[in-house]
Write a protein of this length. Sequence first.
Length: 353
Amino acid sequence: MFKGCLSALLFTLLLVGMDAASASLDTLRVQNREYARLWDWARLRGFKAVRNPSSREVLLTNDSTRINLRIDGSRVEFNDVGLWFSYPVLIADGQVVVSIQDLRGVLDALVVPRRLPKGKTVRTICLDPGHGGKEPGQKAGSRLEKTYTLSLALEVRSRLVQLGYNVILTRRSDAYVDHPDRTALAKRANADLFVSLHYNAAAESGSEANGIEVYAMTPEGARSTNVSADVGSLRAWAGNEADSQNVLLAYHIQRALLKRLPGSEDRGVRRARFLVLRLAEMPAVLIEGGFMSNPSDARWIYSTTGRKKMANAIVEGITAYKRQIEALATPPPQRSSSSKSSNSTARPDSDKN
Ligand SMILES: [Zn+2]
């Protein structure tokens, strides 16, 4: 039948690339933005979707992945790791809809990740201890962020080197290094990843703010979670080249941190146009490894054993990302439209460790 042929053709196109797949969703304009029905996306990606009639919760599941969404909410739990959408999940014409931006930039990035360019692997890691020299970063009492980001970077380096990675640091001492020089150094060293290390601190005393968050560059045109970092226009930057890998790396690191630092608050994978994320010409993330001002988070920040745990978690996240992304690196043989969906080779949890 003509319709069957058309479906087969469409399905084949879906296997070709993520953009083609997302573009094939029927879109609708809501609040002046492109949205698609969540049920359409779920069907496309092999998820079962259930909406709890007595609450605003929506649950998507397949064999390995569980995604919790909330109507009118922008936070999603992906295998129990928090992720922030740029725009809230809405109801339009009685159906649950999600912005195309978030379907592509968050859910597709994790469910059908993009391959690395041919010949690329994950071998050289550039670690960027935040601040330094005249720029102390956050302060909590007499403690300065720059001191602890460097200590953490040295721990992460040592663990990565043990595992056979090449590691470069943007600074090795209490020195000021300009942001563009940091990403330029990573580029000169042909780094495969750029990982910037930071800590938060509450501005007001008595604040109970705590927890861990990992930032990925905000996609072109999208709103950041951290809107204060939305400098200038929302145009594309060098850091947007790796949008799909950025969010996948952030997810794996956030997941490992939450697993290895029990009791930590999950502030989620967030988006911001921080300068190093804008300029990085390789997949990049910026980790905020807790609040220096919070006694519970301080356990991981100020103690040697806490720092080792945090370093091991970051390395575990990098390694989980490496396994998943390198498994996709070899283009699969030509498939016919009757072969299984690309989901089966691209599950976020294929990297259990
Ligand atoms: Zn910082």
